[in-house]
Design a protein around this ligand. Structure first.
Ligand SMILES: Cc1ncc(COP(=O)(O)O)c(C=O)c1O
Length: 482
């Protein structure tokens, strides 16, 4: 066998066996070493390269383990007849052209929903809605707990854990929402999800048949509308005013809906809270109509003033409410952990119909420990102060720079507010013009079904510091002046 003409660099930081591995692999991929061809023996190659035979054997072992070569006792080591890279999509060039694939009615209806805020990408920027203060996330404490969970992980955790979610996490969630939100539940009712959308999907799949009516808020969270359509349901838009979802109008328009999906603590995008009389009226209707109330308790942790109202779930004596929570806002959206708290009557059905593990087991265990040792409660308390400060900075800046054009509506809770636009321009046009200057905003009219009854902009104030909020408002004022 001829020389492979490999050159090793004794001073490089890459170990010699890896250099040999790389050199042989690249010769195989380039076709210099054809499939099936015999390689020099490890002894020959070691002599040629002036390295120990064990170094060559280490490289051969790695090449064999990845399928580039085959070694057989008492015969020459050869390049594998079929290479692993043949099986990788990238190695086969561009995908074959196909004729268009017909989309389902559901997919077409989902595609017709507006995309919401345009994401300009990159680091957090003013005024990305829904973005928490990632700059204040206690990454060191999280990393310490995470490392401990990984080091001590049991085999059952490594195996994926309980399909309902990590038991320690379910207990921690039950204790937290009972104390903080007045939710009444046992850990057995808590199911971990990969976020709010996943929780909506699981519940709606259980209670909705194709074409069933589901009340949604109008305007409202696009994720709610998407979830109803994805489940094959028929979203019935119900108006929202200063007291939240107009329950009487819902009853008048569609008394036999199968479910209602709403965010009573903090409405998105208007920021209003469902009043106590409406809460009671909604629960009375749900009991009478045998409907399910899906409560997205969005942003409830960050109340800036006044006492929070007890969650609908805690007021419901008929067991018709499914409570949905997420750690996307209290911790960080990339965590992808949320939860639902099912009425006892649905627990068995959910357990039997779950389609897979809800979220990575080790992340769940980390979160459970983070809650148990008080880090979570401490972080939420700190964020409450930070969001109050950021919200006030935004409001002051809007009042100083944009009065006459924007009429901001402060919200008692959460990390965003909206401002009505009194210029003749449409909110979508302003949003798009602002995006040209690197500012992210949402247009209120995107959240309406049918004719938009509001023209305004949604400002997230959680994700960046007061100075960046003030600078963003100055830039926006310049856009509005044009
Ligand atoms: C009304 C509402 N609910 C829930 C969420 C959180 O969704 P997830 O838990 O899937 O990240 C958002 C995010 O923006 C939201 O606006």
């Amino acid at each position: 066998m001829a020389s492979l003409l490999i050159r090793l660099d004794g001073r490089a930081s890459t170990p010699l066996h890896e250099q040999i591995f790389d050199a042989i692999r690249s010769r195989i991929l380039a076709g210099v070493l054809a499939r099936g061809v015999a390689l020099p023996s490890s002894r020959q190659l070691a002599a040629e390269l002036g390295v120990a035979r064990s170094t060559v054997l280490q490289a051969f072992d790695a090449l064999a383990a990845e399928g580039y070569i085959v070694t057989q006792a008492a015969s020459a080591t050869r390049v594998a007849p079929a290479l692993p890279d043949d099986l990788e999509v990238g190695a086969r060039g561009s995908p074959a052209a196909t004729s268009p694939i017909r989309l389902s009615k559901i997919a077409r209806s989902l595609r017709a929903i507006p995309a919401g805020t345009p994401r300009l990408g990159g680091a957090p920027r003013a005024f990305r809605p829904g973005l928490p203060a990632l700059d204040l996330f206690p990454a060191t404490a999280w990393a310490r707990i995470s490392a401990r969970c990984h080091a001590r992980a049991s085999t059952s955790l490594l195996d994926g854990g309980d399909p309902a979610g990590d038991l320690a996490l379910r207990k921690a969630i039950a204790a937290h929402v009972s104390a903080a939100r007045g939710v009444r539940c046992e850990p057995a009712q808590v199911f971990v999800t990969s976020g709010t959308q996943h929780a909506f999907d699981e519940i709606l799949r259980l209670v909705i048949d194709p074409g069933d009516a589901v009340w949604i808020e109008n305007p409202g969270y696009l994720g709610a509308r998407r979830a109803v359509l994805a489940a094959g349901g028929r979203p019935v838009p119900i108006p929202v005013d200063d007291a939240g979802l107009d329950v009487d109008t819902g009853i008048a328009r569609c008394p036999r809906a199968r479910a209602v999906l709403l965010s009573p603590s903090h409405h998105y995008p208007l920021g209003v809270t469902l009043s106590l009389p409406r809460r009671m009226a909604l629960l009375r209707w749900a009991r009478r109509a045998n409907a399910i109330v899906i409560e997205d308790d969005y942003d409830s942790e960050f109340r800036h003033h006044g006492r929070p109202l007890t969650a609908l779930q805690g007021l419901d004596d008929a067991g018709r409410t499914v409570y949905v929570g997420t750690f996307s806002k209290t911790l960080f959206p990339g965590l992808r952990i949320g939860f639902l708290i099912a009425p006892l009557a649905l627990v068995d059905a959910i357990a039997a119909t779950r389609t897979g593990p809800p979220a990575p087991a080790l992340e769940q265990a980390t979160l459970a420990a983070f809650i148990e040792n008080g880090d979570f409660a401490r972080h939420v308390r700190r964020m409450r102060v930070a969001y109050r400060e950021r919200g006030e900075a935004l409001l002051d800046a809007l009042t100083a720079e944009c009065s006459g054009v924007l009429d901001p509506r402060p919200s008692a809770t959460g990390m965003q507010l909206w401002a009505a636009l009194s210029s003749p321009s449409s909110d979508r046009a302003v949003r798009d013009a602002a995006a040209q200057h690197g500012i992210e905003l949402a247009a209120v009219s995107d959240y309406y079904v049918g004719r938009a009854r509001g023209n305004g902009l949604v400002f997230g104030f959680g994700g960046v510091r007061p100075a960046a909020l003030r600078a963003g408002v100055k830039q926006l004022a310049a856009v509005l002046d044009r």
